[in-house]
Write a protein that binds this ligand. Structure first.
Ligand code: SF4
Length: 298
């Protein structure tokens, strides 16, 4: 149990640490291509399961973030120059892993004039060039609410545009001190608007963590705010403190509570709700997207 978790982890959050041949191979591909993954950097509890299934979430634009979110274990500071080979290396690793659904996220790059939007676009293009049938999901930062940067990414037509609100508005100062709640909502809203303006087949997704001190009322209010943007998918998972000095867990929700929250979230009109203790935005991402697609064709 990380030191920051002062309440003992309940049984339903105890995970198997078993590695497999696939796990070792994915690990080697990531190292050989000098890549970063959010699976490692964020100390995701699902890493053994996801990597054994040969899925990973690539983290581009380096591994140092310009923001100082209290829940996150990614290093903070002044990032270095962007590696121009990174898009091709991501594409190469995705090809060797044999993925047909790639998830790409990044650190925040408030230091760059385009906040990394062009690099996202180049990475999507590189994946498509290496794997023409591969679907791509991007989990983007808020781009400080700049629609022109969002458009650079959306012009590449990722299958899913994800942006996480992470927590309720009342906790933003403590959890995401540099981010602005309304701005994150706007990114989702503008993505939906773009889809309508361009007739683009792009689904939108948003994630939230529970257990940071939110009340049930605040939580459902936030779920409602996300739904109002027109967002298709919501992911709801338990916050786990990733390291010493990270925010501690205020409360562990039971699997039954996650089920109950899922039912209530569906009432807001989402096409898909993924809600259970170990859910993360990219957890079983392909299956989340497929569920939305099946509703559109069915
Ligand atoms: S849930 Fe996402 S971040 Fe976590 S291990 Fe799986 S792919 Fe990586």
């Amino acid at each position: 149990m990380p030191e920051a978790e002062r309440i003992p982890r309940p049984d339903w959050l105890k995970i198997s640490l078993k590695t497999s041949e696939n796990f070792k191979e994915v690990n080697k591909l990531i190292c050989d291509n000098s890549l970063h993954t959010v699976c490692q950097e964020a100390r995701c509890p699902n890493i053994y399961e996801c990597w054994s299934d040969r899925t990973a979430t690539f983290m581009i634009l380096g591994n140092i973030c310009t923001r100082h979110c209290g829940f996150c274990s990614v290093k903070k500071g002044i990032p270095g120059a962007v590696d121009p080979d990174e898009p091709d290396n991501v594409a190469n690793a995705a090809r060797l892993m044999g993925v047909d659904y790639a998830v790409v996220t990044s650190v925040d790059r408030d230091d760059m004039p385009d906040e990394g939007a062009t690099h996202f676009a180049i990475t999507i293009r590189a994946i498509r060039a290496a794997l023409p049938d591969c679907k791509v999901e991007v989990l983007i930062p808020d781009f400080n609410g700049r629609r022109e940067l969002l458009d650079i990414v959306l012009d590449e037509r990722p299958e899913v545009l994800a942006h996480n609100i992470e927590t309720v508005e009342a906790l933003y100062r403590r959890v995401r001190p540099i981010a602005v709640y309304e701005q994150s909502l706007r990114i989702l809203e503008e993505s939906v608007k773009y889809r309508e303006e361009h007739g683009a087949n792009i689904s939108t997704k948003c994630g939230i963590m529970l257990g940071l001190g939110e009340t049930r009322e605040e939580l459902m209010h936030t779920v409602g705010d996300i739904a109002e943007t027109g967002c298709d998918i919501i992911t709801i998972g338990q916050y786990l403190s990733p390291k010493r000095n990270a925010l501690s867990v205020e409360r562990f929700y039971t699997p039954e509570e996650f089920e109950e929250i899922k039912e209530r979230a569906y009432e807001f009109g989402f096409k898909h709700v993924e809600s259970s203790p170990l859910v993360r935005s990219s957890y079983k991402a392909k299956s989340q997207w497929e569920k939305v697609m099946s509703q559109l064709v069915g």
